[in-house]
Design a protein around this ligand. Sequence first.
Ligand SMILES: NC(=O)C1=CN([C@@H]2O[C@H](COP(=O)(O)OP(=O)(O)OC[C@H]3O[C@@H](n4cnc5c(N)ncnc54)[C@H](O)[C@@H]3O)[C@@H](O)[C@H]2O)C=CC1
Ligand SMILES: [Mg+2]
Length: 352
Amino acid sequence: MFLYYGIACKRKSFWCYRLLSTYVTKTRYLFELKEDDDACKKAQQTGVFYLFHGLAPLLQTSEHRYLVPRLSLLELKRLLGKFGQDAQRIEDSVLIGCSDQHEAWFALDLGLNISSSIYASLPKPEMETELKGSFIELRKAIFQLNSMDSSLLFTAQALLRWHANHQFCSRSGQPTKKNMAGSKRVCPSSKIIYYPQMAPVVITLVSDGVRCLLARQSSFPKGLYSALAGFCDIGESVEEAVRREVAEEVGLEVERLEYSASQHWPFPNSSLMIACHATVKPGQTEIQVNLRELEAAAWFSHDEVATALRRKGPYIQQENETLPFSLPPRLAIAHQLIKEWMERHACSSRLA
Ligand SMILES: NC(=O)C1=CN([C@@H]2O[C@H](COP(=O)(O)OP(=O)(O)OC[C@H]3O[C@@H](n4cnc5c(N)ncnc54)[C@H](O)[C@@H]3O)[C@@H](O)[C@H]2O)C=CC1
Ligand SMILES: [Mg+2]
């Protein structure tokens, strides 16, 4: 679908209207809302609001799935009025996206106790009754959300958390001020501009050509194994981070590295997960687990992984079970990496 965008561009000696896609007009619109406080405030008039309480999103249950209710500006004003709060509080909301028709989406947390804020946290049980829903921890809700809703709520939670934790300037100690969209905070005293941050993390599925290497940390749910992950050090490239993390965690050297995909991951803080496949040097497959980082690591065959992928829900150890392990949920990029490795393996077996 294409729309005419209201900006003329100069081509050769005459002005012409370029045909821009819906996607391009949408990104330009969001850019304008981030840059222009008045435009953003105007967008709130026709926008919708996702509510949070203490970083937990408001959800409604419908047949084993969660629905994510949204409020119009009018509904939100009514709600705030009911709880004796000023509509001014809406300015604490952050922009998290918009529809193809330019309906702006905002998120607002009414349950944060922030020392620099003049607003008190609203009572959770009363709000839940009023809104006919519950504020549920995102980690607990992810399996019952569709991928679009979870991605939007991940973004919203990450942005709301960043604002809650960056209320003061680290140079002047003065309160910082959020712009209308919430894409930055500025210190009126030092003039420093703070932008939301996320930490780059490499996640690597190491293979020896036949098997893949999976590991677990003691903090993982019982029996869960995943690909190797680690935060990038300052000054490192992705390639260097992958090489170091694999060496650090399992004592192996990788040589072939291939980028697969990336994902924003909000737990415990915002990370940009950069997923790669890597192969160990031929003949060097002996694992030396770094027990300060991992509880266990092992090589798994194609058949073992296929069995674990077929299992529905979390693995529960059963008698006579020879493969006591489970894999990360579909939503996690680790799951996608493992599936991709399986598909490649199946493809190369067919060709052989
Ligand atoms: N979406 C997915 O599929 C997966 C996501 N992950 C995520 O990857 C992240 C990193 O994995 P780990 O093995 O825990 O990393 P890691 O192997 O780098 O070890 C964590 C340690 O790194 C240090 N560290 C360095 N920079 C840090 C930073 N910016 N924030 C926090 N700690 C930092 C801390 O000492 C921390 O204890 C985790 O937060 C985890 O949630 C992990 C596996 C799968
Ligand atoms: Mg790690």
